[in-house]
Write a protein that binds this ligand. Structure first.
Ligand code: UDP
Length: 253
C-alpha cells in the first residue's frame, strides 16, 4: 500500500519538479522494485485532482482525467505506470484509489490530521475555533455553487482506511486491476464546513472572505457506485458533524 507522497496543490505549481520526483519518479522506482521482488499486488493512493475541473458531477471513474496542476498530473502519471506495468506483466495487479477530501480523526482519538505547514480546510477551521489562529480565510465566495463557496466531498479517514482493507481483499480474491473513487457522493461547501465547526465547537470565530485560491475547482463530488458495488465498501462515518467533532477532539487533545 503506497501512501507516501507530497500533496499540496499550490506547492506543486511553484515546485513541479519536487512533485514529479517524489510522486512519479519515486513511485516508479517503487513499482519497479515490487515487480523485481515479486510483490504483485499494489494499492496506490491517488486523488480526485486527476480529474481537474470535470464537466460532469458527480465524478465517476470514467469521467475524463485532465489535471490542472502538477500534483494531479504527478499522480496520474503514476497511475499510467501502474496500468502499463500490469499490461506487460499479467501477474502484477493494482487498485488505484482516487481519494476525495480525507478528513477527521480516528474514532478512538489516537490519530489525527497535522500537516506542516497546515493548508487543509478542516484543520485550519479547527485552529480558528480553538484560538490557535485568529480567523479562517474563505478562498472565494463567487463560485457557481449554491452559496458561492467551493464544494468538496469530505470522507472520514477511517472509512478511507477501510477502503484499503477492501482493496486488499479484492486483490487477494484474484480480481482484476481497477480504479475506484473514494468519497461519499455528497458535497459540502466551505461555508457549510465552517458553520458545522462553529456548531460543534460552540465558538463564533472570525471568517474572512478572500480571493479564490489558484487551481481550486468549484466542485468535486465522487460517484462512489463502483467502490460500493465491486468492492463492497460500506462507509460508516458519512456525517460532517461527526467528522468535524472528531477533528476538534483530537486537536484539543
Ligand atoms: N479552503 C479555504 N480556506 C482555507 C483552506 C481551504 O477556503 O484556509 C478551501 C479551498 O479553496 C477548497 C476547500 O477549502 O475549496 C478544501 O481545501 P483543502 O486544501 O482542504 O483540500 P483540496 O480540496 O484542495 O484538496
Amino acid at each position: 500500500i503506497h501512501f507516501a507522497a507530497h500533496l499540496q496543490v499550490g506547492e506543486s505549481v511553484l515546485n513541479p519538479i519536487k512533485y514529479y520526483m517524489n510522486n512519479t519518479v519515486n513511485t516508479t522506482n517503487l513499482i519497479a522494485m515490487c515487480e523485481k521482488y515479486g510483490v504483485n499486488k499494489f494499492i496506490f493512493s491517488s486523488t480526485a485532482a486527476v480529474y481537474g475541473e470535470p464537466k460532469e458531477m458527480p465524478i465517476s471513474e470514467t469521467t475524463p482525467t485532465n489535471p490542472i496542476n502538477p500534483y494531479g498530473m504527478s499522480k496520474l502519471m503514476s497511475e499510467q505506470v501502474l496500468k502499463d506495468t500490469a499490461s506487460a506483466n499479467k501477474d502484477f495487479k493494482y487498485v488505484i484509489l482516487r481519494y476525495f477530501n480525507v478528513a477527521g480523526a480516528s474514532t478512538d482519538n489516537s490519530l489525527g490530521e497535522c500537516h506542516i505547514p497546515e493548508t487543509h480546510l478542516i484543520p485550519l477551521i479547527i485552529h480558528a475555533a480553538i484560538g490557535k489562529r485568529d480567523k479562517i480565510m474563505m478562498f472565494g465566495d463567487d463560485y457557481p455553487t449554491s452559496d458561492g463557496s467551493c464544494i468538496r466531498d469530505y470522507v472520514h479517514v477511517e472509512d478511507l482506511a477501510s477502503a484499503h482493507i477492501k482493496a486488499l481483499e479484492y486483490l487477494s480474491g484474484g480480481n482484476e486491476s481497477d480504479i475506484f473513487n473514494c468519497g461519499y457522493g455528497h458535497g459540502y461547501s466551505v461555508k457549510e464546513v465552517i458553520d458545522t465547526v462553529k456548531e460543534v465547537s460552540g465558538v463564533d470565530f472570525k471568517v474572512e472572505i478572500v480571493p479564490r485560491r489558484e487551481g481550486d475547482p468549484a466542485e468535486l463530488v465522487a460517484d462512489n457506485t463502483k467502490i460500493k458495488e465491486k468492492m463492497g465498501w460500506r462507509p460508516k462515518y458519512n456525517d460532517l458533524e461527526l467528522i468535524c467533532a472528531s477533528a476538534l477532539k483530537w486537536e484539543q487533545k
